[in-house]
Design a protein around this ligand. Structure first.
Ligand SMILES: *Cc1c(COP(=O)(O)O)cnc(C)c1O
Length: 432
């Protein structure tokens, strides 16, 4: 038996939305197709909690897909944004807040000397790829199966959760000529990367990698993997594009590059750096960044890029982070991980609970998960049933088996206790 609770108002909204927008949504995974049921319409968030339009409360483990690190409606962020909004939302001209956020990002990420702000992670990766191709005079790209870099034509090949959830190996509308220059390798397979470099001497412009993979569930890099990628790029004159859209400011103040001591030639960011507003960024050393227009020949532009609202929100969110914030995230993350593990063991369920700091995910498989192929051995049917049981008990997980769950600085020990209890109750219900 599922816990009883009404979601009538969400159902009504979803029905209207389906007539107006494809699948009722503006981003596919939100439609709950992978888990069944009706997407929940939230009316309010505060800290670790969300409330839906029917008045139900949830502990949120989506955190806007990782963008929310302080917690929902953090007063420091909302005040900064409201204050900025009261002075005008966008001028299409430079604003002072861009300098504040740029200084902060450059100060925290050692490999970045200059940065360009855009409006999303996808856009930032697009800019990074164009820059890498211009800088090397080459065209080929290497990407890892199960890594996601945004809804970009040239990279929509085995790009993880959103795409994989629908069983599409690729997207319609992307000409083969566009993905032809993109080579796919398994995550954690540095030898596979080396073979591609050897087969295409002088051809590879850049390799893109999620330094901690978070878009096929959470898959950490094996020890030495990122170091090998760095060396292979150096040996072959290719650029390493570290896609830190998910990990930047989430796994540590300096992102994964500082955590693992491996620096990208170009670093791509998004999510957390906007504090919940639409912001993406790419940064590199001065020489590379000065290839970008208007200084250099690499064109890239955006009407709302660096707008005062997004810059103020991002600056307020990042300014609130201290090194002890990451100790707290580690503590709560590890509590959740051990709590989940214990319950799964009690119910004799094969589950791999993988975690890096505040990013965590569960694979329902006995396989060791280290790439896209092994990630896909997870029991998606079981996840769907568990997802709905947990949802009915006020736990909001990403609605797909192949997504990472996120913790914010507002998640408390009592949130974790409630979550672990809800998991136990859900498994009990499923075993009856
Ligand atoms: C979310 C994500 C993106 C895309 O960012 P959008 O803001 O959704 O365009 C790119 N790369 C990674 C690693 C991401 O997690």
């Amino acid at each position: 038996m599922m816990a009883t609770r009404s979601i009538a108002a969400s159902e009504k909204l979803y029905k209207s939305a389906c007539d107006l927008m494809p699948g009722g949504v503006n981003s596919p995974v939100r439609a709950f197709r992978a888990v069944g049921g009706t997407p929940i319409y939230f009316s309010k968030g505060k800290g670790s909690k969300l409330w839906d339009v029917d008045g139900n409360e949830y502990i949120d483990y989506v955190c806007s897909w990782g963008a929310i690190l302080l917690g929902h409606a953090d007063a420091r962020v909302t005040e900064a944004v409201s204050e900025a909004a009261s002075r005008g939302t966008s001028f299409g001209a430079p604003c002072e807040a861009e300098i504040d956020l740029a200084e902060l990002v450059i100060d925290r990420i050692p490999s970045i000397e200059m940065v360009r702000f855009v409006n999303s992670g996808s856009e930032a990766n697009m800019g990074a790829i164009r820059l890498a191709r211009a800088a090397t005079g080459r065209s080929k790209l290497i990407k890892f199966a199960g890594n996601y870099h945004g809804a970009i034509d040239s990279l929509l090949a085995k790009s993880g959760s959103g795409v994989a959830t629908f069983g599409l190996p690729d997207s319609a509308g992307v000409p083969a000529s566009v993905t032809r220059e993109t080579y796919l390798v398994n995550y954690n397979d540095a030898d596979g990367v080396e073979r591609i470099f050897q087969a295409h001497p002088g051809g590879v412009a850049a390799m893109l990698v999620e330094p901690v993979a978070g878009n096929m569930g959470l898959v950490p890099p094996e020890p030495g993997f990122l170091e090998k990628l760095r060396k292979l790029c150096d040996d072959h004159g290719s650029l390493l594009i570290l896609d830190e859209v998910m990990t930047g400011f989430r796994v540590g103040m300096g992102g994964a590059s500082t955590l693992f001591g491996v620096h990208g030639d170009i670093t791509v960011m998004g999510k957390v750096i906007g504090g919940g507003l639409p912001v993406g960024a790419y940064g590199a050393n001065r020489k590379l960044m000065e290839m970008v227009a208007p200084v250099g020949p690499v064109y890239q532009a955006g009407t709302l890029s660096g707008n005062p609202l997004a810059m103020a929100g991002g600056f307020a969110a990042l300014s609130a982070l201290e090194s002890k914030s990451y100790d707290e995230l580690e503590k709560i993350g590890s509590l959740l991980q051990s709590g989940l593990k214990e319950v799964f063991e009690n119910y004799y369920i094969n589950a791999q609970v993988q975690r890096v700091g505040s990013m965590i995910s569960v694979f329902f498989t006995s396989a060791q998960v280290l790439d896209f192929e092994t990630a896909q051995t997870t029991d998606r049917m079981f996840f769907g049933r568990l997802f709905n049981e947990l949802l009915s008990r006020g736990i909001y997980l990403p609605p797909s088996a192949l997504e990472s769950w996120f913790i914010s600085l507002s998640h408390s020990e009592s949130d974790i206790d409630r979550t672990v209890q809800a998991l136990s109750d859900s498994l009990k219900a499923l075993s009856q």
